[in-house]
Write a protein that binds this ligand. Structure first.
Ligand SMILES: [Zn+2]
Length: 84
């Protein structure tokens, strides 16, 4: 029940990293490599030669934080204070 769609992760980030084989910064593809109970490990693959150019760990805490920030809305201020 915890399996998430690959699509979701492919859309997640697109950036460039230096590739030693291509000798230049190349656009990378992010691939979900491993899912652990408390973290997910992503592999960055060079779109030119397909070699792995980096990895990233996302902990459950990071994910929750990102979600919390994304959902955060300004709270309605309690402007009315009634004193009797
Ligand atoms: Zn490359």
């Amino acid at each position: 029940m915890l399996i998430m769609s690959q699509q979701q992760f492919e859309n997640f980030t697109a950036s460039s990293l230096y590739c030693e084989k291509c000798k230049t910064a190349m656009p990378v593809r992010e691939r979900l490599l491993l899912v652990l109970p408390d973290r997910e490990i992503f592999d960055y693959l060079c779109t030119g030669c397909g070699s792995s150019v980096g990895q990233r760990e996302v902990t459950a805490g990071d994910k929750l934080l990102a979600q919390a920030v994304a959902r955060r809305r300004p709270r309605r201020a309690l402007a009315q204070t009634l004193l009797h």
